[in-house]
Design a protein around this ligand. Structure first.
Ligand code: FAD
Length: 290
């Protein structure tokens, strides 16, 4: 199934994102998480692509395994980092041969210690080029990509970032998924500006329930997402009580999702960090409401 066909504001889908674990025990635990989340009937799940090394093969193996064994539609992420176009074609062929129909195409982050993204010789500098490549090579994938309601960390201005997003979508993207955000105002404003610029593909909000405050502070420093002052203060107050942090994180994400659904989003993508409880609580509450 092509994901673009399940992104529909009149029947929004829930989707779950995982990362490829480094160890076999991690893989076993992830597959249990997938099983625990399956009863929530996700529209699809996705597996991220590592910065390098053995987990990259695991992305291909995991999406194949999930699609074949659980029947859930599974999307592979793929980045330009460290790959020539021949290597990228090779990964795409393996995904295609395994029956994977959806890919999330990204540039990826500069390797640790570098501030500027440098392509390898024969590689790509921007996700837009990878999208164009996949379309020119005549693969039949449904293509997703990333977008940034608060602006990508490297961009000089949100306006430039949006222009680049428009070019990336025009190169052949079917939908985009946002970077995590904790304040819906950023999403609604972004969608409005994107529509004004002529970006008409579905824009799926990405939500990460806070389950560990230090971890979220680390992520938000890296990706530039704002934690609203009130939520930050509440988190500070309970940061030494793990259960209270989860309760607060789940409550905040649930309220975010309820407003997003009420205002007609085509789906909600959950950054699960390979754990099921928080996502189960939120989606369970949301499904109970309808
Ligand atoms: P691009 O769209 O190429 O943009 C990168 C930067 O370049 C932006 O600042 C943009 O404004 C600018 N730019 C784009 N085109 C041009 C141009 N023509 N001229 C000048 N500037 C330009 N990372 C991983 O390593 N693995 C993953 O699996 C992964 N999954 C992700 C999933 C989602 C939903 C999101 C939101 C992010 C994900 N990331 C992942 C992180 C992502 O790789 C980084 O945010 C990366 O820095 C940018 O990737 P991109 O595809 O958005 O890049």
């Amino acid at each position: 199934m092509k994901i673009r066909n399940c992104l529909n504001p009149s029947k929004p889908s829930f989707s779950f994102e995982f990362f490829p674990p480094k160890t076999d025990a991690g893989v076993a635990s992830l597959l249990r998480t997938v099983e625990e989340l399956a009863p929530l009937e996700p529209g699809f799940v996705s597996v991220t692509y590592g910065a390098g090394g053995s987990t990259r093969d695991r992305t291909v193996e995991l999406v194949t395994h999930i699609k074949q064994h659980s029947g859930i539609e599974a999307m592979a992420h793929l980045t330009c980092v460290g790959h020539t176009r021949d290597e990228l074609r090779d990964v795409l062929r393996r995904l295609d041969a395994a029956g994977i129909e959806n890919v999330l195409l990204l540039r990826g982050d500069p390797p640790q210690g570098q501030t500027k993204f440098e392509p390898v010789p024969g590689g790509f500098t921007y996700a837009e080029e990878l999208v164009r490549f996949v379309r020119e090579e005549d693969f039949n994938f449904c293509i997703g990509g990333a977008c940034y309601p608060e602006g990508h960390v490297e961009t000089a201005s949100r306006e430039d970032d949006l222009k680049h997003l428009k070019a990336k979508v025009d190169a052949g993207m079917d939908f985009v998924v946002t970077q995590l955000f904790f304040d819906n105002a950023f999403y609604f404003d972004f969608v409005e500006r994107a529509r004004r610029m002529g970006i008409n593909v579905p824009i799926v909000p990405g939500i990460m329930p806070i389950t560990n405050y230090e971890q979220v502070q680390r992520f938000t420093r890296m990706c530039g997402a704002t934690v609203p002052m009130r939520l930050a203060l509440q988190m500070e107050r309970v940061k030494d009580q793990p259960d209270a942090v989860v309760q607060l994180g789940v409550a905040h994400a649930t309220v975010q999702c309820m407003e997003l659904l009420a205002r007609g989003v085509p789906g909600i993508h959950f950054y699960t960090l390979n754990k099921s409880p928080a996502t189960r609580m939120i989606v369970g509450a949301l499904k109970g409401r309808s």
